[in-house]
Design a protein around this ligand. Structure first.
Ligand SMILES: Nc1ncnc2c1ncn2[C@@H]1O[C@H](COP(=O)(O)OP(=O)(O)O)[C@@H](O)[C@H]1O
Ligand SMILES: [Mg+2]
Length: 486
């Protein structure tokens, strides 16, 4: 993993850890704006008056009488999301030892009247000359990205470290730093093999940043640049397109100073690596112009405090050396790399994470009635006598509930035929597969290798085992042919 020296310095500066509580306000689709600042104050007061301890992940429920009308009726959920700069590992916090940071937000849905105008904003001038718009503007926090953050699992706390570091970066930028003296771009690159969750993590980060920075920026937007539409077919135009697009973004930043803008360039090598390709090909000048325009645009954007730029790169060379960033070869020179402030390698999931991904897939399949409900336990053969051997048991239930990986280690590992242990075995056999592949295999294996529309977890696991074996086989064959599996 790339070293994260950006998030280490902060612990000593703060007096108290900050406990972040997310308050979701109902949104009925018509984007009626509610005064979230007042709700924030109300909920903060209510928490201080009613709770001594809060735990991470805890969902709190208010009675209508708890909060001032009309606020009680508009709340959808109150959740203890995260603690930053805390040293307590238990996950339970005394309110007197923390600073409460209540964030109130509404999920946004682009209204129909907004959509055409948005597409016009960026790249509209070129509409007749290209296949589609070069960028998509999404108001944040967006209904479309709800749940993305929670669905991504890693063995290291990569998402929360990035969220902390970027939030801190943006907040520092709002302190009036001289951008000629402090030369950072607020440019973040997630890199690694395909299917590891980079695109999803960028969207999730944008969503979380919009919520967390809501106090400072009442509005947020994600500008997703469609790098593929900038390149391929009309490549001779790409320098011009990149330039126009960034001019529009810059105009937006100037116009809406209190809007936080997250620019997202997915698979950035699509733009930047072209320089290398076309020096060999026929159009060196325009290719270099596209890259140079991007670099110049980044240099200009950094003077605005209300922007960050998130990029991803799928460069497979990461597989060769996960500890070192060796994308210099592909980008040809380090003009782009040199501008990146945070470079984060995103790895394939390990066996523990794979277990949790499979668990969430099977539990969801059970929730939808595809897999029969079952719960698991390990008990003393004679509950009265602790000397008697342990016994593994399965209870029929409404829903399938699998133990967590840690519970599996403690209770079930000694029973080789138990479902949790078998799931752990399939997870171990799946190491090396991408997150994208892992998230589809449980359902895909059912479709391919079982007959009935409803089955037992035992059959689903057998099917998954077969699916994993086939997938690993296909991967080995593709790699032997010199390719990479996406
Ligand atoms: N670490 C992960 N945890 C859970 N799901 C993952 C993970 N990585 C990838 N996925 C799944 O794969 C899908 C595709 O991931 P994506 O963000 O497109 O990967 P990338 O951009 O790295 O190719 C995600 O929507 C998610 O369902
Ligand atoms: Mg991607």
């Amino acid at each position: 993993m790339a070293t994260n020296n950006y998030s280490l310095q902060t612990t000593k500066v703060r007096q108290k850890p900050i406990l972040h509580v997310e308050v979701r306000v109902k949104s009925d689709g018509d984007n009626v704006i509610i005064r979230t600042d007042i709700i924030r104050e109300d909920v903060t007061k209510w928490l201080i008056d009613n709770f001594a301890i809060l735990s991470l992940g805890q969902e709190l429920h208010t009675l209508e009488s708890d909060l001032k009308e009309p606020h009680a009726q508009v709340l959808e959920s109150i959740k203890v999301a995260e603690c930053t700069y805390g040293e307590i590992e238990s996950g339970a916090y005394h309110l007197e030892n923390v600073e409460l940071d209540v964030q109130a937000y509404q999920l946004r849905v682009p209204t129909e009247s907004q959509c055409p105008q948005q597409n016009q904003n960026v790249g509209e001038q070129e509409k007749n000359e290209i296949d589609g718009p070069q960028a998509r503007i999404i108001p944040l926090p967006s209904k479309e990205f709800d749940g993305i953050w929670e669905s991504l699992l890693f063995d290291q706390p990569i998402p929360s470290s990035l969220l902390r570091a970027i939030t801190h970066m943006v907040l520092l930028s709002t302190r009036g730093l001289d951008t000629w003296v402090i030369n950072w771009n607020r440019l973040i690159l997630l890199w690694g093999p395909p299917g590891t969750g980079k695109t999803s993590l960028c969207r999730g980060l944008a969503q979380k940043l919009a919520i967390r920075l809501g106090k400072h920026f009442p509005r947020s937007k994600l500008v997703e640049i469609q790098t593929h539409s900038l390149g391929s077919k009309f490549f001779s135009e790409s320098g011009k397109l990149v330039s126009k697009m960034f001019e529009t973004i810059e105009a937006m930043l100037l116009e809406e100073e209190d809007t936080f803008v997250c620019v997202f360039i997915d698979e950035v090598e699509t733009i930047t690596a072209r320089r290398e390709q076309t020096i060999i090909g026929n159009e060196p000048l325009d290719a270099m112009r596209a890259v140079n325009t991007l670099l110049t645009a980044l240099d200009r954007l950094r003077h605005h405090i209300n922007i960050i730029v998130l990029c991803t790169s799928n460069l497979i060379s990461a597989l060769v050396s996960p500890n070192r960033l060796i994308i210099y070869d592909v980008f040809q020179d380090n003009a782009f790399i040199d501008r990146i402030d945070i470079k984060q390698f995103i790895p394939h999931p390990n066996a523990t994470v794979i277990y949790e991904i499979y668990k969430s897939c099977f539990e969801n399949l059970s929730k939808c009635g595809v897999i029969e409900g079952l719960t698991f336990d390990v008990i003393q053969l004679n509950p009265q006598d602790p000397e008697t051997p342990l016994q593994y048991i399965e209870h029929p239930a409404d829903r399938l509930i699998l133990p967590s990986y840690d519970e599996m280690l403690i209770g079930y590992q000694i029973f080789p035929d138990s479902i949790p242990k078998q799931l752990a075995d399939v997870a171990s056999a799946s190491v090396g597969l991408s997150g994208r592949c892992l998230r589809r295999l449980p359902a895909l294996s059912l479709a391919l290798h079982t007959q009935n529309t409803r089955c037992r977890i035992h059959d689903a696991l057998t099917a998954l085992h077969q699916g994993v074996t086939e997938e690993q086989h296909a991967k080995t064959e593709t790699e032997a042919l010199g390719g990479s599996v996406k």
